[in-house]
Design a protein around this ligand. Structure first.
Ligand code: PRX
Length: 664
């Protein structure tokens, strides 16, 4: 289906699902009970942000109260300026101090299963406080000071969340790298952040085999003379090379460290973390989030979007990896202040079998389940028999994030997983926004399959034209945010120009999100996808230029153009068109196959498996306009196998098109 046809079809979606009967009671009472209440709070937050966010923030622990709630205008805003707090204290210690230390705060289920019995750890708030304190002291002993960047490259083990919180405890800034990224991706990020310490594991489990995390770190650091220590958690007991003096075992330094480590009061605008994400040009950029605004934003959005209630039977599970923003905000920082247990799962959705997620939901009585559309499409394909075998009656709210959800996947999720009893919250947001920006509220918002519905409280979202003017409902345009919000990014680490160019130059005075969108006659938002050279592969952001650079770093490739192509499971797959140096052009179909496989593997080594192209085509030349610009839209149509509506008169060499289509 062409992009235009897809957009047309979703815009005619008219099924409307009011919040399911009895949902408010099942959730222990609605926090926002209907759209009138949402509207009232939303308007209050927009018209008087100081009053609204001041009152939300006053529910947190502060070492020192703020002088002003919001200072400055976009992009340079400061929230809760003059105040001091500590994110770790608000996530963990506060619950211990209030007498809830014995309640479970984090549940972990590990891989692999031994004889069908999964490894499970349940950490109470007191246990978390102790472990985080030990880890924080060990980091300090290794020379980490407030403001230093700690790189974390671990599998999904509790120690990953513990290390993040340990950094927050002592004012260190973490930079978590997803465990699927390659050595060269680690090297770029360590270098950019000037990080002197890396925390990793010997390996992580993935479908029963070991991902050699420590070996990847070794390879990354071979070319960098910056890192003083690598702290290594033993998880898989795989063989390692050991660099004496630099490498330190977790169990040698953390287990013996003191469990006394008071939280350091941090300035409200002190950096909390960097998280690298792909952009349309160049290398990934380190998105900077700061302390108080991010904490208030993620906790407040988590509470409302999921109707979280402490002292209830809620068990919240987000299936993301902590290496992405979803894991930062909605496994750790947004969930914990609400004192609801957060579940962390180490492995894959289909190991040992395709029902693994549903087995986890049933055994842990998961009430809130938050995943990506790409996973939902895979579950659909695997068949209803897998969820049907399990008791999913504990589920109350289902969430999705990361990419547009197609209405068929939405309906399947609603019927087969939620049994028509669970509202679906389709949450639109980004690494840059820190937390949810457009989302239904489970007890208030009637939902429509495929729409993320209405803005989160206090978000001034609009669809605008190229001049920043709002367009009428039903008209496509650029998604923009017109007023500051507490969780907004504060910069790109070390690159003010890129920060200004990427987000603030295109629509002066407004935050440019990079997505195209429309609103329907109800005012509901429909996200149409990226309008820049970023593609969303399985809900993961990938820059086409990053993949192109990886391809041209291969000795056979002269030029490469990468575009997104519709993909049944991933939503968008990666299509790569390459021109080769003449001597390397494959002569036989076997040579061609071999080179394609080699290029895919090469991209895997340069970036990570998620960036491997799904389709590689070789061509004598790329389609360009007479002024030399690659005609990407045309390539997208070729990759999707649809007739192009593009104007071909600007095409420099029309022969190229037949070759791209494989006609010659
Ligand atoms: O294109 C939008 C898409 O994901 C992009 C942000 O990617 P990232 O920073 O990696 O964060 C993903 C997790 C928050 C957006 O620009 N996106 C995210 N959520 C949705 C979405 N597209 C449609 N619907 C969503 N619910």
């Amino acid at each position: 289906m062409s992009e235009d046809a897809r957009i047309e079809s979703v815009l005619h979606e008219d099924r409307l699902f009011p919040p399911p009967q009895g949902i408010a009671e099942r959730l222990g009472g609605a926090l926002i009970g209907d759209l009138d209440q949402w509207r009232e709070e939303h308007e209050r937050a927009l018209s008087d942000p100081d009053e609204y966010w001041g009152s939300v923030a006053s529910k947190f622990w502060w070492a020192k109260s703020w002088d002003s709630v919001l200072r400055g205008t976009m992009p340079d805003t400061a929230w809760f300026d003059g105040g001091q707090t500590n994110v770790c204290f608000n996530c963990v210690d506060r619950h211990v101090v209030a007498g809830h230390g014995d309640q479970v705060g984090l549940v972990w289920e590990g891989e692999p299963t031994d004889d069908g019995t999964p490894e499970i750890r349940r950490l109470t708030w007191s246990m978390l406080q102790e472990e985080i304190s030990r880890t924080a002291n060990a980091l300090r002993d290794l020379g980490v000071q407030s403001g230093d960047v700690v790189t974390i490259y671990m599998g999904m083990v509790p120690e990953l969340a513990i290390t993040m919180l340990a950094c927050a405890r002592i004012g260190a800034v973490h930079s978590v790298i997803f465990g699927g990224f390659s050595a060269s991706a680690i090297a770029d990020r360590v270098q950019d952040a000037q990080s002197k310490i890396v925390v990793t594991c010997d390996g992580s489990w993935r479908r029963g085999s070991v991902v050699p995390l420590k070996a990847n770190v070794d390879e990354a650091l071979a070319s960098i003379d910056l890192v003083k220590h690598v702290l290594v958690l033993k998880r898989c007991k795989n063989d390692l090379e050991w660099h004496g003096g630099r490498d330190v075992w977790w169990h040698d330094v953390v287990d013996s460290a003191s469990s006394e480590c008071p939280c350091v009061p941090m300035d409200a605008e002190a950096p909390l973390f960097l998280l690298y994400t792909s952009g349309s040009t160049g290398k990934p950029k380190g998105i900077l989030h700061t302390t108080a605004g991010y904490m208030v934003w993620t906790a407040h959005t988590a509470k409302n979007t999921f109707n979280l209630r402490a002292d209830s039977d809620q068990m919240y599970w987000c299936t993301a990896d902590c290496g992405w923003i979803t894991g930062h905000s909605y496994i750790v920082y947004g969930i914990m202040p609400n004192r609801v247990p957060t579940l962390m799962y180490e492995g894959a959705p289909n190991a040992p079998a395709e029902d693994r997620f549903w087995d986890i939901c049933a055994r842990h009585k998961v009430t809130h389940f938050y995943t990506a559309p790409t996973a939902i499409r895979a579950f659909m394909k695997w068949g209803d028999e897998h969820p049907s075998r399990h008791d999913l009656s504990s589920l109350q709210v289902l969430g999705t994030v990361g990419e547009p959800i197609n209405p068929e996947a939405w309906m399947w999720y609603y019927r087969v997983i939620g049994h028509e009893r669970c509202p679906i919250v389709d949450t639109w947001w980004q690494t840059e926004t820190g937390g949810h920006m457009i989302t239904p509220l489970p007890c208030a918002t009637p939902t429509v399959p495929g729409s993320c519905t209405l803005p989160a409280i206090g978000v001034d979202a609009a669809i605008v034209d190229q001049d920043g003017q709002e367009v009428p409902h039903g008209t496509g345009g650029l998604l923009a945010i017109r007023k500051p919000w507490p969780g907004m990014l504060r910069g790109i680490y070390g690159d003010r120009d890129r920060f200004m160019d990427t987000y603030w130059a295109r629509l002066p005075g407004l935050y440019f999100a990079g997505d195209g969108a429309r609103r329907d006659e109800r005012g509901y938002f429909w996200i149409m996808g990226r309008v820049d050279d970023v593609i969303n592969v399985s809900g993961h952001r990938m820059g086409t230029m990053e993949v192109e650079s990886a391809l041209v770093s291969h000795p056979s490739v002269v030029e490469a153009a990468v575009v997104g192509v519709p993909h049944e499971i991933k939503g968008t797959g990666i299509a790569a068109f390459c021109t080769l140096i003449p001597e390397q052009r494959p002569k036989t179909p076997e040579d061609q196959e071999a080179l394609m496989a080699e290029l895919r593997a090469h991209v895997g080594r340069e970036i990570g498996a998620i960036a491997k192209p799904d389709l590689v085509r070789f061509t004598d030349a790329l389609p360009k306009t007479r002024s030399g610009k690659i005609m990407r839209r045309l390539l997208r149509d070729v990759a999707a196998g649809v007739e192009s509506t593009q104007d071909m008169t600007t095409l420099e060499d029309p022969k190229v098109l037949s070759q791209l289509r494989g006609e010659v």
